[in-house]
Design a protein around this ligand. Structure first.
Ligand code: SF4
Length: 295
């Protein structure tokens, strides 16, 4: 077992890592029995690309975001070969998120909820007031790079907080594919759609509700439900956690019109913004240029 050196560009941001040749779970148990918390045991693959040689993060970063605690690293649900890294921020980002949404074009943005998310190639990056989540990172190195880019974005928003108008307009820059990824994929038609993709599009446009997918609420699909609940919170679609509402709605058999409240109509309101899927307006701006930490 030996420590894995964290790159200079991510010093202080990422947690210490250990490499073990076998028995990772046993190592985790041993560490935890001694009061040392671990966020994950993940298969280690040697990085197949060069580690960026870049400067350490802006020394002010900790004061700006209040520190970052990596609370969980796990397999991505929508892309099991990739990682999902969940972090908790030490400070409330409520004043920075509208500036970050101004700095980054595209993505989904809910101003009232202070939720902002966008795609970075196949990854999904999301910010809320107290968390920063990287979904579908390629590997540990990629997660480190994304962490550093996130810190740079938050620092950049801090620098521009008095000179840039906060973003007030909701955005819905991500399509139905992320909903589709979290449906069971049975194509059974119980939702009265031809297939799951059609249903996802209907949900995205608020003509259907997630709860109308019957198999989603079966025990075998509990992880799909968990994942789509998370997505719903981030993008603002309503996701019921249980079936009774569904049965009631199905009996009525009424197609859902745009029940457009300010929180529920994609393209017109903030909360139906979809986050983790197709994106016809790619994330760009400062994040795009920050794909690699500055040399
Ligand atoms: S009920 Fe669910 S699993 Fe069946 S086709 Fe509709 S979305 Fe797909």
């Amino acid at each position: 077992m030996e420590p894995l050196a964290i790159p200079e560009f991510c010093r202080g941001i990422a947690s210490p890592c250990l490499v073990t040749t076998a028995g990772a779970q046993r190592v985790v148990q041993e560490l935890e029995s001694r009061g040392i918390q671990c966020t994950a045991a993940i298969p280690y693959k040697p990085f197949m690309r060069e580690t960026p040689q870049a400067s350490p993060p802006d020394p002010r970063w900790r004061g700006i975001v209040g520190g970052i605690r990596i609370r969980k690293v796990r397999q991505s649900f929508t892309a099991p070969q990739r990682l999902r890294v969940e972090t908790t921020l030490g400070k409330d980002l409520k004043d920075l998120i509208p500036i970050m949404a101004r700095l980054i074009r595209g993505g989904a943005y809910r101003p009232a909820a202070r939720m902002f998310a966008f795609e970075e190639e196949h990854r999904l990056i999301s910010f809320s007031r107290d968390s920063f989540i990287i979904s579908r990172a390629d590997d540990l190195l990629d997660a480190w790079i994304m962490l550093r880019c996130g810190v740079d974005l938050m620092c950049s928003a801090w620098d521009k907080r008095n000179s840039l108008e906060p973003e007030h307009e909701a955005r819905h820059g991500i399509g139905a594919i992320e909903i589709f990824k979290r449906l069971p994929g049975d194509n059974c038609g119980q939702c009265r759609c031809g297939n799951c993709m059609e249903f996802a599009q209907e949900v995205f446009t608020c003509r259907r509700r997630v709860v109308e997918c019957v198999p989603l609420f079966e025990q075998r699909n509990s992880r799909y439900l968990e994942s789509i609940c998370w997505l719903g919170d981030v993008i603002g679609i309503t996701v019921e956690r249980s079936r009774p509402a569904l049965e009631h709605d199905m009996r009525r058999h009424v197609p859902r019109p745009h029940h457009a409240t300010a929180e529920q109509s994609p393209g017109k309101s903030e909360s139906s913004a979809n986050i983790e899927g197709e994106n016809d307006s790619p994330a760009a701006g400062s994040w795009g240029s920050a794909r690699r930490p500055p040399e």
